[in-house]
Design a binder for this molecule. Structure first.
Ligand code: PLP
Length: 460
C-alpha cells in the first residue's frame, strides 16, 4: 500500500459491521466493499493502493478544496486543544470570526446559525417559517413550497419538502404543509403540459405563482429552492427564471429560502449559487463545501429582518427561536471553514472554477457530438451533468443499469464519477461531475477522455 497502511482486518470489519450509505448491501457478501484509505489533492487511494482521480469531490460534492490540506488540519488541531466545544447561549472565537467572514461574502444577509448537517439547517429554516406564521399570521401562512426534483435532506421534515420520488418512496407519511411546484428542466419541458418553446424560464417560474394562487397566498410562508438542482439531475435554471421567482416572492410576501448545501462556497464559480442570478434570498442554508469535509458544519444564514422577528417580544417566553444543535457548538467546524474560505480566496479558486467549468462543459459537449446516447449536457461552474437517453427524439432515459455501467467503467479506469436524477426509481440516467475547485485543465481533459472511452465500451 501507498504509505504502508495497516489494513489487517479492515475489509472484514467493514463487511461485517458497517452499514454504508445509499447502497444495496447484497453484493458485499461476495465482493469486497471499497475502502478509501488516503487522499491528496484531486486523488484518493483505495485499499488496494489504487489511485483514483475523484471527479465528484468525495462522492457527494463536498471536498471543494481537495484532499490533504494540512493548513486546515493544523487550524482544527490548534482550536481543538484550546477549546473543542461549547454550546448554548455562549459564542466561541472561531464561531464569531467565521460568521463575520461569511457575512462579508453575502451582502444583504447578517445572521449565522450553526448546526451540523444540510438537513438540519433546512429543518431549522422550516421551523423559523412555522414560528413566523404563528407569530404574525395566526398560523395561517405556514405552507412551504418546494420544487419537483429538488432535495433538501434526509429527515422526515426534509423529505416532506423532497421533490425526488425515488428518495421519498416507502418513507411516508410525511409532514403536512409542504406543497410541490413544477421543475424547471428545459430539456424535459415536453413532459410539462403547456410548456412553451420560447421563454421557458418565465413560464416555469409562473407555474410557482399558479400554485401560490391555488393554495391561497395568505397560506404560503416560504419557497425553498436549490439554486442549481443537484441530485435531481444537475439542473441550472433556465434564463429569466430567478428574476421572476424573486418578483413572485416579493409580490406575495413569501420568504425565499435558498438551499446552497451543494452550490455554496464556490461550486458554481461564485461564493454562492444564487449570486449568479442576481437574486436576494431571505434565508440561505449551506453545508458540504463549507469546510470541504474537514469537519462537520452547516449554517443557516438569514437577513436581519428575519432575525429581528425573533426578538420582538422579550416578555413572551415563547417568542425567541427555541432551538439548539448540540454539535453546532463544535469549534472544529468554523475553524475549518475559515481556513477553507481563505484557501478559496488566496488560490483564486472561484476564477479557476469558472475557467475549468467552461472547459468541462466544452469537453462534455464534444461527447454529445460523438455519442448519440448523450442527450443533454448542462451545468454551472464545476458542477455538470450529462443526461443519457436511449433515443434523442423521445428523450427516453437509458436503463439505469447502463448508466451505472458507464460509472463502473470509469471507476475501473481510475476516475470516480457519479450518476443521479433521483426523480423516478430506477431511472438515474444523468452522469454527474463535480471535481474539486483546484482541478487543472489536464484533470478535466482526463475525466472527459475516460468518459468518452467508457461510453464507447458500453454503447459502442
Ligand atoms: N440539500 C441539498 C441540496 C443536498 O444535496 C443535500 C445532501 O445531499 C442536503 C440538503 C442534505 O445535506 P446533509 O446530507 O448534510 O444532511
Amino acid at each position: 500500500n501507498r504509505h504502508d497502511n495497516d489494513l489487517t482486518g479492515v475489509i472484514e470489519a467493514d463487511r461485517a459491521h458497517v452499514w454504508h450509505h445509499l447502497v444495496q448491501h447484497k453484493p458485499f457478501e461476495t465482493g469486497a466493499p471499497r475502502v478509501i484509505v488516503e487522499g491528496r489533492g484531486m486523488s484518493v487511494w483505495d485499499q488496494n493502493g489504487k489511485e483514483h482521480l475523484d471527479a465528484v469531490s468525495g462522492g457527494v460534492w463536498t471536498v471543494n478544496v481537495g484532499y490533504g490540506r494540512e493548513r486546515i488540519a493544523d487550524a482544527v488541531r490548534d482550536q481543538l486543544v484550546k477549546l473543542n466545544y461549547f454550546a448554548g447561549a455562549a459564542g466561541t472565537i472561531p464561531g464569531a470570526r467565521f460568521a463575520e467572514a461569511l457575512i462579508d461574502k453575502m451582502p444583504g444577509l447578517s445572521r449565522v446559525y450553526y448546526c451540523n448537517s444540510g438537513s438540519e439547517a433546512n429543518e431549522k429554516a422550516f421551523k423559523m417559517v412555522r414560528q413566523i406564521a404563528q407569530k404574525r399570521y395566526g398560523g395561517k401562512k405556514h405552507k412551504i413550497l418546494y420544487r419537483d426534483r429538488d432535495y433538501h435532506g434526509t429527515t422526515i421534515g426534509c423529505l416532506s419538502a423532497g421533490g425526488q420520488d425515488e428518495r421519498n418512496a416507502h418513507y411516508g407519511p410525511f409532514a403536512p404543509g409542504f406543497v410541490r411546484v413544477p421543475h424547471c428542466l428545459e430539456y424535459r419541458r415536453h413532459e410539462q403540459e403547456g410548456a412553451p418553446e420560447e421563454n421557458y424560464g418565465l413560464w416555469a417560474a409562473d407555474q410557482i405563482e399558479a400554485v401560490i394562487l391555488r393554495e391561497g397566498p395568505d397560506t404560503v410562508g416560504a419557497l425553498c429552492l436549490e439554486p442549481v438542482t443537484a441530485g435531481g439531475g444537475v439542473i441550472p435554471p433556465p434564463s429569466g427564471y430567478w428574476e421572476r421567482v424573486q418578483e413572485i416572492c416579493r409580490k406575495y410576501d413569501i420568504l425565499l429560502h435558498i438551499d446552497e448545501v451543494v452550490c455554496g462556497v464556490g461550486r458554481t464559480g461564485t461564493w454562492f449559487g444564487y449570486q449568479n442570478y442576481g437574486v436576494q434570498p431571505d434565508m440561505v442554508t449551506m453545508a458540504k463545501g463549507l469546510a470541504s469535509g474537514y469537519a462537520a458544519i452547516a449554517c443557516l444564514v438569514t437577513t436581519e429582518e428575519v432575525f429581528s422577528m425573533f426578538k420582538e417580544a422579550p416578555e413572551d417566553p415563547l417568542d425567541y427561536f427555541r432551538d439548539i444543535s448540540t454539535f453546532g457548538g463544535c469549534t472544529a467546524g468554523p475553524a475549518a471553514a475559515l481556513e477553507n474560505m481563505a484557501i478559496v480566496e488566496e488560490e483564486g479558486l472561484l476564477a479557476n472554477t469558472r475557467a475549468m467549468g467552461d472547459r468541462l462543459m466544452e469537453r462534455l459537449g464534444e461527447l454529445k457530438d460523438k455519442h448519440a446516447v448523450v442527450g443533454d449536457v448542462r451545468g454551472a461552474g464545476l458542477f455538470c451533468g450529462a443526461e443519457l437517453v436511449a433515443d434523442r427524439h423521445t428523450k427516453e432515459p437509458v436503463d439505469e443499469k447502463l448508466a451505472q455501467k458507464v460509472v463502473g467503467e470509469c471507476n475501473a479506469a481510475g476516475v470516480i464519477i457519479g450518476v443521479t436524477n433521483r426523480s423516478l426509481p430506477g431511472r438515474n440516467n444523468t452522469l454527474c461531475f463535480s471535481p474539486a475547485l483546484i482541478a487543472t485543465a489536464d484533470d478535466i481533459d482526463h475525466i472527459a477522455a475516460t468518459v468518452d472511452d467508457a461510453l464507447t465500451r458500453v454503447f459502442g
